[in-house]
Design a protein around this ligand. Structure first.
Ligand SMILES: [Zn+2]
Length: 180
């Protein structure tokens, strides 16, 4: 029996073999993180693609609106628009509805954040925003948790203000009763 114990103790003492494993684990974790990063990169590349498409579609719709306005209903296809022209930009801006302008601005902002590497990172907590959420709301700047926190805070704030108004009203009736 004691020899078994001693053997166990020796085994325990001989554990420095463990660090041999750790680097392997760390390496696989690093590899996992690396593949996570690569995956995210691919995802963000897709996001950029779809934002570019969205913008192109929006601009070409606007451009064909512009053409329709200028040349009646003459259908020329959409291959001839040249967005570089400053004059054209001015004209497009002129006929842009606010809604379209907001949309373009959102797309440009998102593309800028993609360039900066801040796209898809929650502005509040700094964690990555989930892919599903970004697919559903490509312009969001907050992760779901932070968005919910903000909404809850806004609700609490509203409730607090409502209560204050109620108290103020009650207070004023009290005062009126007292004075009257
Ligand atoms: Zn967050």
């Amino acid at each position: 029996m004691p020899t078994k114990k001693a053997a166990k103790a020796r085994q325990a003492a001989a554990k420095p073999a463990a660090p041999k494993r750790a680097p392997a684990k760390a390496a696989s974790a690093a590899a996992a993180a690396k593949s996570g990063v690569a995956r995210r990169k691919r995802f963000l590349a897709k996001v950029r693609e779809s934002l570019d498409e969205m913008k192109t579609r929006l601009l070409s719709e606007m451009d064909s609106d512009l053409k329709a306005e200028r040349e009646g209903n003459k259908d020329e296809g959409m291959d001839t628009y040249d967005l570089a022209s400053e004059e054209r930009d001015r004209e497009i801006n002129f006929i842009l509805s606010d809604r379209e302008r907001v949309k373009i601005k959102q797309i440009d902002d998102a593309l800028e954040r993609l360039d900066e590497g801040t796209y898809g990172v929650c502005e509040s907590c700094g964690l990555e925003i989930g892919e599903e959420r970004l697919q559903a709301m490509p312009f969001t700047r907050l992760c779901r948790d932070c968005q919910q926190d903000q909404e809850r805070e806004a609700r609490t704030q509203r409730r607090y203000e409502d209560e204050r108004n109620v108290y103020r009203k009650l207070g004023s009736t009290d005062n009126e009763e007292e004075s009257g």
